[in-house]
Design a protein around this ligand. Structure first.
Ligand code: DGT
Length: 217
């Protein structure tokens, strides 16, 4: 089977994770309004927010797909994966800081302490060859990892914020980028922190009747 996997995400980190894991995929970015989706859902825990948004992205892309996507067997359907990451610190959910001052304030709170990065995953399968077309597969899972931060100085925070890297990533940090210098440890799957747990994808694919090895290059 050629890979029918669609990543419903604009995240460069997520597509790199899949590529580095040898998982062939296509990208179709969802048009989900994350603020509207969370506002209409009411109060949610950070992990619930991550799953809700992952589901919304996957459902939005799956709804827009007509017919099959896998070159090898267009009639067979598709696998659509949505993801969303939320950083929980002192019980509150944080996404991307967007603004330098916001990123600076967050780092001044985070240094020397730890938080939890939750990544929601939602997989939809319409592969007729794997299950009854009348009941498409749709299931999700949240994975979480504790991230511990070094005692970072004001000067280091200012220099990091000035690079722009923290502005567009959940939690205002990366573990595989410049902020790697400021991460003292992780408890859990590091891929969860980057934005997509490959082992979680393997479990969800298995529940959909697909082995992840079928999607390797
Ligand atoms: N490279 C890297 N990226 C990270 C890390 N932590 C968070 N991120 C990125 C991954 C995602 O692109 C972003 C989390 O924001 P979202 O979950 O809303 O995804 P994003 O808006 O990027 O794309 P999407 O909404 O899925 O189209 O932060 C990290 O440690 N390393």
């Amino acid at each position: 089977m050629t890979s029918p996997l669609i990543l419903a995400s604009a995240s460069p980190a997520r597509t790199k994770l899949l590529r580095d894991a040898g998982i062939v995929h296509r990208i179709v970015v969802s048009d989900v309004d994350e603020d509207a989706a969370t506002a209409s859902a009411g109060p949610l825990a950070p992990a619930e927010t991550a799953l809700l948004l992952a589901r919304a992205k996957a459902e939005s892309v799956a709804a827009g797909i007509t017919g099959g996507l896998s070159d090898g067997d267009p009639a067979d359907g598709a696998l659509v994966l949505g993801c969303d990451s939320v950083f929980e610190f002192d019980g509150f959910p944080y996404g991307k800081p967007w603004e330098p001052e916001v990123a600076r304030d967050r780092w001044r709170q985070m240094r020397g302490r730890s938080g939890i990065l939750h990544t929601g995953h939602w997989l939809i399968s319409t592969l007729h060859s794997r299950h009854d077309a009348a009941t498409p597969f749709a299931r999700g899972e949240v994975t979480s990892a504790v991230v511990r931060f070094e005692e970072v100085s004001d000067a280091e925070i200012d220099a990091y914020v000035a690079t722009g890297e923290p502005l567009l990533v959940a939690g205002a940090f990366t573990i595989d980028g410049l902020a790697g210098a400021f991460i003292s440890g992780i408890e859990g799957d590091p891929h969860t922190v980057v934005g997509l747990s490959i082992s979680t994808l393997r479990r969800l694919l298995g529940q959909a009747g697909v082995s992840i090895t079928e999607l390797w290059v």
